[in-house]
Ligand binder design. Structure first.
Ligand code: PDD
Length: 294
């Protein structure tokens, strides 16, 4: 069975779920979205994802078409009936269709709301065990990167830079500071201290980022949340990326240069570091505890 798709209050077969070509999401990228990981049919950090959805909707001045308890009901229902145990649930809300193409908002707005499930592919073991390669680029996105909008062209172009170079992620710098990845949050480890860029309008407030910082606090790993320079990033002992679908992954080369990851000698490194191994274990243990609690 292919999971049904939620479209504006109706549950439909995917091939029957259709949206107008005049939808502002299609024509302008005028919408917001969320990606929620589901493990063993249990949505992970659902309320936090829905709170961020509200933040994104507020940021684009679009009224939420559903109450929190309604969203929870829809997502839980889909998680229960989709064909996979582990899923990634995608939510999108756009400002809906317009009669005539016009940048200004229509007077009457009928938002388009979609929820669909896809199989969750956590990263293959070799990415976790051997680490991944990343490139860097200037962060060319707009100044409201705290909103999870569907206008993702800049993110797509930036991500493609990595893929074209045979890498997994693009690490972004703006005005000499680390912001995030094209589709992930980035952490630095230096001298045993975990460094996280401070949340602001230049990065998405990552749900996985929050989990990583909570785990650091809980287990007494020294950590600092502050602006991180490009030089600090390039001289990191360890670099990690994290997101709802990738969980936490070690970056072992940046622009072809090995990240030392705990090794001291020049030219060594290029394998995952010890602090990453610790965080990965804490993350898996935390996930298992949350899932057991139900
Ligand atoms: N993206 N920063 C950006 C630009 C992202 O697109 C994402 C996730 C993150 C990490 O956020 P979270 O931990 O809440 O997933 C940070 C999702 C997975 C996507 O667009 O598919």
């Amino acid at each position: 069975m292919t999971a049904r798709v939620f479209l504006n209050g109706q549950w439909l077969a995917a091939e029957d779920a259709r949206v107008s070509v005049m939808d502002r999401g299609f024509l302008f990228g005028d919408g917001v979205y969320e990606v929620i990981p589901v493990y063993s049919r249990q949505p992970f950090r659902l309320e936090q994802h829905l709170a961020r959805l509200q933040h994104s909707l507020d940021g684009i001045q679009l009224a939420n078409p559903y109450r929190l308890d309604e969203w929870i009901g829809f997502v839980t229902q889909l998680a229960g009936e989709a064909e996979w145990e582990d899923q990634s649930i995608y939510i999108q809300v756009t400002r809906g269709p317009m009669a005539v193409r016009n940048h200004a908002f229509p007077k009457e707005i009928t938002p388009t709301a979609v929820i669909l499930a896809e199989v969750m592919n956590t990263p293959p073991a070799n990415q976790r065990e051997q680490g991944i390669a990343a490139v860097s680029a200037a962060d060319i996105r707009w100044l409201r990167c705290d909103l999870k909008t569907t206008s993702l062209l800049a993110n797509c172009l930036l991500r493609q830079l990595a893929v074209s170079a045979g890498c997994v992620e693009t690490v972004l710098f703006r005005d000499g500071f680390l912001t995030e990845g094209s589709a992930s949050s980035i952490f630095v480890v230096k001298n045993g201290v975990l460094l996280a860029p401070m949340k602001n309008h230049l990065m998405l407030p990552g749900i996985t980022y929050d989990v990583v910082l909570e785990l650091a606090a809980r287990h007494g790993l020294p950590h600092e949340v502050r602006d991180i320079t490009e030089a600090e990033t390039r001289n990191a002992d360890e670099l990690w990326m994290c997101s709802s679908t990738k969980e936490v992954l070690p970056i072992v080369t940046l622009d072809g240069r090995k990240v030392p990851n705990g090794t001291q000698s020049a030219g060594a490194g290029g394998t995952p570091g010890p602090v990453f191994a610790q965080m990965y274990a804490w993350y898996q243990e935390f996930k298992a505890t949350v899932m057991r609690a139900g």
